[in-house]
Design a protein around this ligand. Sequence first.
Ligand SMILES: O=C1O[C@H](COP(=O)(O)O)[C@@H](O)[C@H](O)[C@H]1O
Length: 240
Amino acid sequence: MNKTVEVLPDQPALVARALELILSKLNSAIEQQGRFTIALSGGSTPKPLYEAIATQKLPWDKIHIFWGDERYVPPDHPDSNELMTRRAWLDRIDIPAANIHPVPTLEANPELAAAKYEQHLKEFFNSSGVEFPALDVVLLGMGDDAHTASLFPHTEALKVRDRLVTVGNKDGNPRISFTYPFINSARSVIFLVAGANKRPALAQVFAPVADDFTYPSRLIQPQGELWWLLDAAAGLELQH
Ligand SMILES: O=C1O[C@H](COP(=O)(O)O)[C@@H](O)[C@H](O)[C@H]1O
């Protein structure tokens, strides 16, 4: 694993750096493979990044969008990560509908939704099931409890190692989430973290020794590149 930590002066600088990094991964992937695959995060931090990506002139037909986690709500629900992304980015560009791969949240139950999304991912990547497929980029956020995607502290989802997608649990509410081994199979994982409220969790995630089940972001140790992009408020004590 190749880990890089960057602390940017403020949120606009954080967004600019994330945009630059994603565009560089995108250009290399399209040059080498003819397509770029990215899984997106939800929450509030990435919204300005999505708005910035929407202003770029890009070969949208070669870009495939997935989500690393989703609330188990219909796609038009205000809490939906897909809805936020569509409003900030996807509704503003000319991307083929087939290149957008939302989590199917209208299934009979969350377990079926997770199984269906996993099947879709395996078919898209033509995966035999032996090895986990590798997305070019998995974009992640981190909550102030150190959760990432919908992998929350002390939940069953953290024990799932043989699936691509599982059901997370946020205070009793189901969410659909990539598992940590699937996230770790990505070519690049990029964390985008902003705000002073994330500082205590970050200290534990970066500590040499701490409990992975209490601080789930510690489980993200990808085979490829790991990027932590932090604003100064979040990264104050990590600056070196
Ligand atoms: O619950 C969630 O929160 C995290 C972090 O969100 P933020 O609002 O602090 O940026 C996010 O990464 C995750 O996708 C989302 O479901």
